[in-house]
Write a protein that binds this ligand. Structure first.
Ligand code: ARG
Length: 307
């Protein structure tokens, strides 16, 4: 892939923050290769507005920050993926935040995530048990913490097969941070080899710890026949799903990224095409990441949002 490297001197609150942005031509996934020490540019704003308690909790988390992976991804910023939100456990009060899934802003009071992110022991489809963080590159600090008014799980979600792994969260109050991403519609056709950007705070290796900073990775979309081959998923990939990743593995979404955005540039527009759903392990050879295919839920989403 062709890459252009530009070094920016950062006019910001933190003085020694010179960082490098590697922009990939035609890519949906902007990367920030950060080289400026333990608390780089990323945190300036969040840290400024944080309470002393929140700062202490964050410093604890930052002692050994995992860097540079989702699994083999790269550091990104919420500004590059402003539709990304974190789902956190409502029972855990500030300043601690316990993140378990991602999601995408599709209207100023609606989030699209995965059904398995709400139909589980943490949420039990109870809107009082989940809250979201919008507008922060570090789910653990800053941004905006919002409550959920209602959860709509896709009526044809099947826990056994992961068919239609979609859920919608309606927020109690509209977001003031973050940005809406355009949705794939029923006619959106995903060409094999299209680069998708997947992002989240999930595990940085199979069974590994989660990320502090938002991470993103680029993965090629793989055709369903290839993904359904015996050595891959042997027929388990249904029409409501698609796969993305490399044959040799190495780069993937992972536990904790679920529900989060898979975006691609379609007809020049950054579009939400996938929702992180499942996979056998993470980043294993021939075991691609499996995503819910947003185009197949377009009608249900429109109806549920009442548009
Ligand atoms: N089910 C996982 C979650 O709840 C996401 C798994 C994605 N796995 C993968 N290999 N891409 O966070």
């Amino acid at each position: 892939m062709k890459t252009m490297t530009t070094t920016f001197a950062c006019i910001s609150l933190i003085s020694l923050c010179s960082f490098t942005v590697v922009a990939h031509a035609q890519s949906a996934c902007k990367r920030v290769d950060d080289t400026s020490g333990p608390l780089p540019a990323r945190s300036a704003q969040a840290l400024q507005n944080a309470t002393p308690e929140a700062l202490a909790a964050f410093r604890q988390l930052s002692l050994d920050p995992p860097r540079g992976k989702i699994v083999d991804g790269h550091l990104t910023l919420i500004d590059n993926n402003p539709w990304q939100i974190a789902m956190i456990r409502a029972v855990v009060p500030e300043p601690t935040r316990s993140q378990f899934c991602g999601g995408s802003i599709i209207a100023n009071d609606w989030i699209l995530t995965a059904a398995h992110c709400v139909k589980n022991s943490v949420v039990r489809e109870d809107p009082t048990r989940v809250e979201i963080i919008a507008g922060s590159s570090q789910y653990a600090i800053g941004g905006e913490r919002l409550k959920v008014a209602a959860i709509h799980t896709h009526p044809r979600y099947n826990q056994a097969t992961m068919d239609n792994d979609f859920a919608l969260l309606r927020l109690q109050t509209p977001m003031t941070k973050g940005q809406i991403i355009a949705l794939a519609d029923a006619k959106t056709d995903l060409r094999d080899g299209t680069t998708m950007c997947v992002s989240g705070w999930g595990a940085i290796s199979e069974g590994g710890p989660g990320a502090i900073d938002l991470l993103g990775a680029e993965v090629p979309i793989v055709s369903t026949p290839v993904c359904n081959a015996p050595a891959s998923y042997n027929g388990d990939i249904l029409p409501s799903m698609f796969c993305a990743g490399k044959k040799e593995g190495g780069v993937d979404s992972c536990q904790g990224d679920s529900g989060g955005p898979g975006s691609a540039v379609i007809n020049g527009r950054t579009t939400l095409v996938g929702v992180v759903s499942w996979g056998e392990g993470c980043a294993r050879r021939l075991k691609y990441g499996v995503y819910s295919r947003v185009s197949t839920a377009a009608e249900w989403i429109a109806t549920t949002l009442g548009r």
